[in-house]
Design a protein around this ligand. Structure first.
Ligand code: NAD
Ligand code: UDP
Length: 326
């Protein structure tokens, strides 16, 4: 039987965070959702506000906060390239100062803490698929570095708090994840293609579309995060552990699939490839299978259908493009 806990989810109003809050509430836990709404809006958690076990705090993780909790999921950070490049210095502050603040809280409260790290720490990988032992190939000077290096520094802080202060840490490296509640203007490839197809805009492929990504459906990903947080054996398994769907697609294949699934007059157009855009990405999930008995259950077509249905159910005008980069 699960014992009930007080759980803090930073970035809890976001795409992944709001679903995580829902799942934790359904397990009967007390959930504190902390968010500054930089890339999200209250509508993502509106349906949770009437739950007495749910509490919403507008706060920026770069500023310390004192709460008493048993567990922390640290998700606060802009995740889409357009969002994190909008104010790159703030992105780095959010990853690094945010990590220091939540790790300090975990140390004080003796709380277990999980970091939402990313496949971006592998940069533009020379090894394929990427295992956790791969150390990555990141351009420290490029436009993606604020996110990649911020997340790398956060991993370092997590391991140092673990080694020096005995904090019980968990690291998950999340690969491209999609699903309902993605911000329609976040500029990520799945939200862009679906929004473009539904509104009859051209589908924008960056580069020639031969670059690959492996897309994980939201529910699978959140299940993996919870399993990693709850994992007890072997003693001291901190990760990092890759969480993602190992089925790999080219961006062109994705565009064609979206066009097949949505009745639209949209056509594919080609735009320049952004600097440092990784050419290939696919997780090696051997560790997740072994330690967490986890692997994705929802494949791309099924997950896309659920995402398309959700995009059809919202009024896109209710969503403010948070940055000009969409
Ligand atoms: P998201 O942008 O929807 O969620 C991030 C949330 O963090 C938002 O609600 C945002 O308002 C909040 N936030 C940003 N800066 C903050 C700050 N300074 N203080 C408080 N809140 C702040 O993105 P998401 O896809 O749900 O990503 C959640 C986490 O998972 C992020 O840490 C991201 O790096 C990580 N991740 C996501 C993916 C993916 O494909 N979705 C892949 C790798 C890693
Ligand atoms: N991409 C694209 N068209 C778009 C948005 C993205 O071709 O309208 C490409 C992008 O260049 C990258 C891939 O799709 O190669 C995934 O981009 P996304 O921003 O979703 O995530 P990333 O994995 O690059 O962080």
């Amino acid at each position: 039987m699960t014992s009930l806990k007080r759980i803090l989810v930073t970035g809890g109003a976001g795409f992944l965070g709001s679903h995580l809050c829902e799942r934790l509430l359904a397990q009967g836990h007390d959930v504190i959702c902390l968010d500054n709404f930089f890339t999200s809006q209250k509508s993502n958690v509106l349906h949770l506000l009437s739950n007495p076990n749910f509490e919403l705090i507008r706060h920026d993780v770069t500023v310390p906060i004192f709460l008493e909790v048993d567990e922390i999921f640290n998700l606060a950070c802009p995740a889409a390239p357009g969002h994190y490049q909008f104010n790159p210095i703030k992105t780095m502050k959010t990853s690094v100062m945010g990590a220091i603040n939540v790790l300090g809280m975990a140390k004080r409260c003796r709380a277990r803490i999980l970091q939402a790290s990313t496949s971006e720490i592998y940069g533009d990988p020379e090894i394929h698929p990427q295992p956790e032992t791969y150390r990555g190939c990141v351009n420290t000077l490029g436009p993606r570095a604020c996110y990649d290096e911020g997340k790398r520094a956060a991993e370092t802080l997590f391991m140092d708090y673990h080694r020096h202060n005995g904090v019980d840490v968990r690291l998950v490296r999340i690969f491209n994840t999609y699903g309902p509640r993605m911000h329609p203007y976040d500029g990520r490839v799945i939200s862009n293609f679906i929004r473009q197809a539904l509104t009859g805009e051209d589908i924008t492929i960056f580069g020639d579309g031969s670059q690959t990504r492996s897309f994980c459906y939201r529910d699978d990903l959140v299940e993996g995060m919870i399993r990693m947080m709850d994992h007890e054996e072997p003693e001291g398994f901190t990760g990092p552990v890759n969480l993602g769907n190992p089925h790999e697609f080219t961006i062109k294949q994705l565009a064609e699939l979206v066009l097949e699934m949505i009745d639209t007059k949209s056509k594919i157009v080609y735009r320049p490839l952004p600097m440092d855009d990784p050419t290939q990405r696919k997780p090696d999930i051997t560790l997740a299978k072994k330690y967490l008995n986890w692997e994705p259950t929802i494949q791309l077509r099924e997950g896309l259908q659920k995402t398309i249905d959700w995009f059809k159910s919202i009024r896109m005008t209710d969503y403010r493009p948070p940055t000009p980069h969409y």
